[in-house]
Structures are given as structure tokens and as C-alpha cells.
Design a binder for this molecule. Sequence first.
Ligand code: C2E
Ligand code: MG
Ligand code: MG
Length: 376
Amino acid sequence: GDDLIREVCHRLSAALGDGVLARLGGDEFGLLFATASKEEALARCEAIVAACSTTYMILGHAVQISASMGLVLAESTREAESADHMRMADLALYEAKRAGRSQVRLFDESMDESVRFRQTIEAGLRQAIVRRELEVVYQPIVARERLDIVGFEALLRWTSAEHGPISPSVFIPIAEESNLIHELGDWVTAEALAECQRWPHQYVSINFSPRQFRRQDFVESLAAKVAQSAVPPHRVQIEITETAIFDDDLRAAETLQRLRALGFRVALDDFGTGYSSLFNIRNFALDCLKIDKSFIDGLGREVESAAIVNSVTHLARSLGLGVVAEGVETETQNQALRLAGCSHLQGYYFGRPADAAATVQLATQGGADEAAAAVA
Ligand code: C2E
Ligand code: MG
Ligand code: MG
């Protein structure tokens, strides 16, 4: 691999002639050169791609590779910054790769669709609350022993008038990048607290994005809302992800302490997908870990997943933490997780996220049979 990269460098620099050549990482290079016209630049890029897309002799073996290239003319986008040029070149490269091997593509505005898509989503989200396009649905979390429903996770849904239903995994990150997440989050919290009052005893588990969690007045404002709603704090669980706590761990540890002192429950969501280890989470005041669905998916298919689930569960328990398995879909997974000692389970197997009315019914009936019926 190293030999091949070195060879490619030689050919690139010979084909480029006057200009700047940089290795951006892995097998990606950046080239900067002056040009008189678009046509000339394209011809030059094509020559460079052709020079790279040949056979190499590496350690006595013939190796065939090809290159793709995205081109952006800086002059035509005078206003843009270098970071924008890199992004545009990247979009053009993506198009070149989609077109097949050894292609060159010149950036044009239509490639900026992803950017425009983001802007559309953002504009739509700004209107979503007043247009009443948002809804909170609730998914049961059951206790392992008797499969009683002990809580519900509040999950946001958005059905846009223009685009139909849009997944939170699409719009939450966009809201997170803008300030919209605060408005959305406040709305979800208010809804979830109102619904929780209609359930006999279950807690409501609310997702908070890193940006919400890091807000200066996060604890005060949440405590005020909860006090106003008359829901006792122990019936409110705060779900945060590893990213929220590990960027500024001292401050996060303090925030968590305060939340716990006020009686809130705290869950670490999507555990295993970030960079945290069980070693450093012991510094944080948590009630439980939610093992990410990706590990549950592997159960019964690959030994590694089972090993990870088992050891996470074991260690979490020795730290006095509960373990919620997320995304349980099958009886096999259910059995394996109960054996592994997960204290709580959540997933389509027990119940899909349901609207507020159906959730009140489920909450008052309790029982897993009803939850299973809701799946059917
Ligand atoms: P999450 O907090 O990890 O939520 C679990 C996700 O897994 C939900 O997706 C849920 O519908 C889905 N799920 C649960 N059980 C199963 C199962 O058995 N199989 C499969 N395939 N999926 C299952 P959803 O509702 O699309 O939400 C995606 C993510 O968006 C959430 O992941 C959470 O990070 C975020 N999110 C949702 N609502 C909110 C919110 O109100 N605020 C914030 N900050 N984030 C939210
Ligand atoms: Mg969650
Ligand atoms: Mg999760």
C-alpha cells in the first residue's frame, strides 16, 4: 500500500507540473494549479487522471488502479472561502466516483443539493412547531423480570407538509447545528411531561442533544419545567450520549451530579458507539447505560456482539448501573439479553413507538402481553 501511494505521488507530481500537490489522507490528494480557462483545467485534470489510472509494478506484482477527480474553479466562486472550495471539490469528486472509473467532474451548484437539502429542512423545521407538524411518540421500556412497562422513551416525529415524514436521525442533527434544537427540545420536554402525568407510575425518558445538555441553564430550566408540571423528578429520565459528556468532562460530571441530586434519572444513550469506556464512565453520576442497537443486532449471529453485551452488562452491574438493551426485535435476542443480565429491554419486540393516546392505554394496562399485542 505504501509503495503504491509513493508511486502515485510520483506520477501525480510529474503530471501536475507547476502547482501544489498535497496528500489529504489515505488515498486522497489535493492539487492546486493556475489555469486560463475551464476547458484547459478539465483537459489537465483528464491528463492527470489518465496518468494515474494505469498498471503499477509493486513488489514484483502488476497492480491496476484508477483515479477520480473533482474540479472546482476558484475564480467562478470568488466569494467562497478555501474550506468551501474543499467542500465543493469533494462534492464534485463524489459525482465523479458515481459516474464510474477514471472520471473528472467540474463542480456546479446542483451538486450542492445536500447543502440545499439541509437549508430546506432547517427552514421547514422553523415552521414545524407553529404548523403543528410535530408529534411525540412513546416506546415502552420493560423490566427484565416480569416484563412490566417501567417507562417510555419520548421520540420526536415530524411530518412535513412538503416532504412527508422525515426521520429524527435526519432532522435532529440539522437542528443541532442550528439553534433550533433548543426550541424543539423545549417543545418535546413540555409534551413529554404533560403525557407522563397521565400514566400511573411509569417514567418518561427524554433525549437531550449535546448542545442542549451543555447549555448554561440546562439544569435550572429543566428543574423549573418539571416542578411546574408536578411530575416528580424520579419519573423523568434524561438520555444523553457520550459526545455530550466527553467533550468537557469536568463540567458534564458536575451537571450530572446536580441532576441526580435533584432526583432525576440519567441514562447514557447509544453506549458503545462513541469513545467512552467503562473505565471513564465511573466518574459520571448515571443510572443506566443503553446498549446500542448495533450490538443487539449481532446477537445470535456473531460471537463478538454477545461477548460485548455480556461484558458491558457484567461490568455495568458491578458499577451499580442498570443496563437497557435497545432495539430488541426477536425472541432470540430477548432470551440472550435476559441471560446476559440486562435489567431493561426496549425494542419492536416489546412495542413500537406509539402515539400519546395509545400510550396512555398501554401504561394503564401495564403488562408485556399488551405490549406484544401492540406490535402485531
Ligand atoms: P435513540 O434515542 O437511540 O432512540 C432509539 C431509536 O431506535 C428510535 O429511532 C426508535 O424508534 C428506534 N428503535 C427502537 N426499537 C427498535 C427496534 O426494535 N428496531 C429498530 N429498527 N429500531 C428501533 P427514532 O425514533 O428514529 O430516533 C432516532 C434518534 O433520533 C434517537 O435515537 C435519538 O437520538 C434522536 N431523537 C429522537 N427524538 C429526539 C428528541 O426529542 N430529542 C433529541 N435530542 N433527539 C431525538
Ligand atoms: Mg434515546
Ligand atoms: Mg439509543
